[in-house]
Design a protein around this ligand. Structure first.
Ligand code: UDP
Length: 259
């Protein structure tokens, strides 16, 4: 088995995080998993959803929105607004992102605030949801760091980092972090969300006109666990770098894209 881009089965695509790409968001990052690129931002609003006020629920809320820019895919994909309804796939993905991030945020420590996490896919080449979770967590960490530095938080609400990656069975072999060509051809597709303490938050796994064995599932989870440990190390570097980087670091953008 040879992967379309020549990677080893357990190898991630080149990963990069460019922090501070959107000056008006509280925290932002452009995350790349190979040719998949997602702009993730976290914006803090000093209000909570009405249901929290009426039910007198303590603390704040975190919610996510996901969308693909029209030119993110090979064929132009019209914006949801021009079709008058939210795409079912987007809705499923944004709920996954919200659940993943709420699993690691202590909402009581957020105070009476809503954290809006926006994930906009600039370029899609497979694994946009896993890149969104991974980048979304970096954006949230940067946002909390800023609030904390401004004295707006008494305790730090992010309990630990969370990241996500895909795995699948491609030409009979379990592989990590599928690109679009692999995703299209894969018999089995897993999306795994894990914290930095190796706890699972969510596993989405399915056979596509195919079935999978327990051994294959174990292999995919092991690949994912190792991939996530690597992603978390890179997230930590990116969160630290965000404090040093100039807003919208264009030199870093150019370097990451090899220009
Ligand atoms: N894709 C596309 N158009 C769509 C939906 C998906 O071109 O309307 C491509 C895109 O490259 C995406 C990939 O198919 O990354 C896999 O999509 P999937 O729904 O499995 O989600 P993802 O892997 O991006 O989380």
């Amino acid at each position: 088995m040879t992967r379309p881009d020549g990677r080893q089965p357990d190898q991630l695509r080149p990963i990069s995080f460019i922090p501070n790409v959107a000056a008006h968001a509280t925290g932002s990052v452009l995350v790349s998993f190979g040719d998949t690129r997602v702009i993730c931002s976290a914006t803090v609003e000093d209000d909570v959803p009405r249901w929290m006020r009426t039910q007198r629920v303590e603390g704040g809320w975190l919610t996510a929105e996901y969308s693909m820019l029209p030119y993110a895919t090979l064929d132009r994909k019209p914006r949801d607004i021009s079709r008058g309804k939210l795409d079912g796939r987007s809705s499923e993905i944004q709920r996954l992102i919200g659940r993943a991030l709420r699993a690691v945020v202590d909402l009581k420590k957020v105070g009476q605030r809503t954290i809006w996490v926006d994930c906009d896919v600039l370029q899609a080449d497979g694994g946009t949801r896993t890149a969104s979770v991974t980048g979304g967590c970096v954006a949230v960490a940067i946002a909390f760091n800023r609030l904390f530095a401004q004295g707006k938080l008494r305790d730090f609400p992010l309990k630990k980092l969370v990241a996500a990656v895909s795995a699948g069975v491609f030409e009979g072999v379990p592989v990590l972090d599928l690109n679009y060509l692999e995703d299209k051809a894969a018999a089995v597709d897993f999306n795994v969300v894990m914290t930095e303490s190796s706890e699972f938050v969510e596993i989405q796994g399915s056979g596509e006109e195919a079935v999978f064995s327990g051994a294959e599932m174990t292999a995919m989870l092991e690949l994912s666990g190792n991939g996530i440990a690597h992603l978390i190390a890179l997230q930590k570097e990116a969160i630290l770098a965000a404090d040093r980087a100039a807003p919208a670091d264009l030199a870093a953008l150019a370097a990451a894209f090899g220009r």
